[in-house]
Design a protein around this ligand. Structure first.
Ligand code: PGA
Length: 281
């Protein structure tokens, strides 16, 4: 795990947007796993700005979002496709047909959505870079505490903590759905690269447990400890409960000095080595 602690949320967004841009430049047909929530909004804004400034095209990109609520009325403002359109898709040159969310069509059996989503991810060649936030209870996607570490995309009942946390975003007359369809933990950790972002003191405990605590289904983000290519980008408040903060800063200094000596472009970054992108089929 690489844990990078930056001064503030703005710096987190800028660094994260740079990593997504490097991924897209390195592989213009990359498959990106995307997240909703407050944390990635500033990163999406920067990606839109970079697209508008020229030089960043999403024309060949395919996306799979982590999750979607189940049972929302059609056109609900809470829907995550709407969120993604508002913050990213409508402002870049991505083909809407290549943007996927685990949505359940009206009248369809929601139990069929997960296996079909897994098939779609597989057919697209797997996820090259998965962007994640983290819930205050340690969830990733909507994999609540107790989710199997081997889980795949499926229906998940939301924890009360998640319902309460997300209720802050509700408009008048809206109620928070209690069910969602989410990529599983094994779906997420099958991604070739993972970028987890967290900002704000309210995430500090969840971050410390995820990266310095035991590997446990009771704190789903701790499953990332098993993944070989995870980058965690935090602002100082979100990092404030990590015991090894000084070490992470020291490691970053060493990485910078290696990059200064041997080349610091994305092409020279082992994270983007072509072997990481090899497809199974
Ligand atoms: P947030 O949500 O970005 O809105 O804090 C993160 C999450 O619940 O995964």
């Amino acid at each position: 795990m690489e844990i990078l602690i930056l001064p503030d949320a703005d710096a987190v967004a800028a660094r994260a947007a740079g990593i997504v841009q490097d991924m897209v430049s390195h592989r213009p047909d990359a498959v990106l796993g995307l997240a909703t929530g407050s944390t990635p909004v500033a990163m999406y804004r920067r990606l839109v700005e970079r697209h508008r400034a020229g030089g960043l095209s999403f024309a060949g990109i395919t996306t799979f979002n982590l999750d979607e609520y189940l049972g929302l009325p059609e056109g609900s403002p809470l829907g995550y496709r709407r969120f993604m359109r508002e913050h990213l898709f409508d402002h870049i040159d991505i083909d809407p047909a290549n943007t996927h969310l685990p949505e359940c069509a009206p009248g369809a059996d929601p139990r069929t959505v997960g296996p079909a989503y897994e098939d779609a991810i597989r057919s697209a060649g797997g996820i090259d870079l998965q962007v994640l936030g983290i819930g205050a209870n340690g969830h990733i996607g909507f994999n609540e505490p107790g989710s199997s570490l081997g889980s795949r995309t499926r229906i998940k009942t939301l924890a009360q903590r998640t319902v309460d946390d997300n209720s802050r975003l509700l408009g008048e007359g809206e109620t928070q759905p209690g069910l969602a369809i989410t990529m599983g933990i094994a779906t997420i950790t099958a991604a070739r690269r993972i970028l987890l972002l967290a900002t704000g003191e309210h995430k500090a405990r969840a971050v410390a447990l995820a990266f310095e605590g035991p590997l446990t289904a009771m704190h789903p983000a701790s499953a990332l400890q098993m993944h070989p290519r995870v980058r965690v980008i935090l602002d100082e408040p979100a990092a404030s409960e990590l015991a090894q903060q000084r070490y992470y800063h020291w490691v970053e200094e060493q990485n910078e000095s290696i990059a200064a000596r041997h080349g610091g472009s994305a092409d020279e970054d082992p994270w983007f080595h072509p072997s990481v992108d090899e497809r199974d089929d």
